[in-house]
Write a protein that binds this ligand. Structure first.
Ligand SMILES: Cc1ncc(COP(=O)(O)O)c(C=O)c1O
Length: 370
């Protein structure tokens, strides 16, 4: 592949020191935390090498390259025109959401979420806010927003909505009209929508950033993004957020100066390169992962005929309802997945499976299942 995309082989993977590879024993095939079993794009590695060689390892300060890189990516991929100066830098997406919640909400305040959803309940616990769950509607693994339930929550006084767009772990890229409806309702009830768009660059078809939905969305929305998921650089610690509402934007100036220095310089340079020079690598990675998403469907049909799974709208996390207890068979096979209950109540037969690996490793994982 001309982009420099490469699979890492098993010995290279086992030598990694990251969470995914340290969490289990060496014999385990981890299809768990959101890291890819691929090389990091050559341009990112070269940028980091050059920083190491020049001992450029100080605190992160102003980084206009990152602001313009994110704006460039948004323009090329989503036709979204951003004022670079409004792009704020944080050390990861969870931290960015926490910092914003400290400013725009009060301790103990309810925050709307849609289970099953990644991480959000933990982030809210960390800042002393309370999840107000309006679960997604599941029709045969096709998940959608419960617009009526969301309006009821706004009528009931909930004023902050933490939206996962696109939605993980269920793999849903919501239709534009549903997102538009959310923006209109938030505007009607005076709510603020925090849109976590970390998986946006990984959507196979057309992704809709919340702030591209028109005047209501621009008034109520704060968008969060990062290169960490799409370019496999989560350990480098960098995310961005922005709003086009000038009042909200000036409120965010209250985020303490100290929080702004917590992102890493390595993260900022890697993110700037990812969003500028790595479109081809991302396209190759997505095509491999999309093919794995279909391979997984075949493997599930062979080994778990009663499982329910829909190919996700974006790489690379599969949401599977095994419809029966699955854990013992995977444990016996020494293959690790993430268990459903971490994402919401009543999800004991569900699991999240990370298929950002090679087709060979994915097949090997299933060949071990008895
Ligand atoms: C939807 C979503 N948001 C945020 C994160 C975490 O991002 P970060 O490591 O930048 O906090 C994840 C990771 O699993 C995720 O799936």
């Amino acid at each position: 592949m001309n982009s420099g995309f490469e699979f890492l082989d098993k010995s290279e993977l086992q030598n990694k020191t990251s969470y995914k590879w340290r969490q289990n024993s060496e014999s385990t095939i981890p299809l768990t935390v959101a890291e890819m079993d691929y090389n990091v794009a050559p341009a990112i590695r070269a940028g980091l090498h050059s920083m190491v060689e020049s001992s450029d390892m100080g605190y992160l300060g102003k980084f206009p390259e990152l602001q313009s890189a994110f704006a460039g990516f948004a323009r090329r991929h989503w036709n979204w025109e951003i004022n670079n100066a409004k792009v704020r830098i944080a050390n990861d997406l969870g931290a960015a959401v926490s910092e914003v919640l400290h400013i725009i909400s009060k301790p103990g305040e309810r925050v709307l979420i849609n289970s099953p959803v990644t991480n959000f309940a933990d982030w809210l616990k960390e800042v002393g806010r309370v999840p107000h769950d309006v679960p997604l509607i599941n029709q045969g693994m096709q998940y959608s927003l419960d617009i009526v339930g969301i309006e009821h929550a706004f009528q009931d006084g909930v004023r902050i909505y933490l939206l996962c767009n696109p939605h993980s772990p269920v793999g849903a890229n919501f239709p534009r009209q549903d997102l538009l409806r959310i923006a209109e309702l938030a505007d009607k009830y005076g709510a603020i929508v925090l849109s976590d768009e970390i998986h946006g660059p990984l959507v196979y078809q057309e992704f809709t950033p919340f702030l591209t939905l028109g005047p209501a969305a621009k008034k109520v929305g704060i968008a969060f993004s990062s290169a960490s998921k799409a370019f496999n650089i989560a350990g480098l610690k960098c995310a961005v957020c922005l709003t086009e509402n000038l009042t909200l934007d000036s409120q965010l100036d209250l985020i303490p100066e100290s929080a702004r220095h917590r992102a890493s310089l390595f993260g900022a340079i890697a993110t700037a390169i990812a969003f500028t020079d790595c479109d081809d690598w991302l396209a190759d990675a997505k095509s491999v992962m999309q093919s794995n998403a279909h391979l997984l469907k075949d493997l599930l049909e062979q080994h778990f005929p009663s499982a329910h799974y829909r190919v996700p709208d974006f790489a690379y996390l599969a949401w599977i309802d095994f419809t029966e207890s699955w854990m013992a068979r995977f444990k016996e096979a020494d293959v690790a997945l993430l268990a459903g209950p971490a994402y919401g109540k009543g999800l004991g037969t569900f699991a999240r499976l990370n298929f950002a690996t090679s087709p060979e490793i994915l097949k090997e994982a299933f060949s071990r299942i008895k």
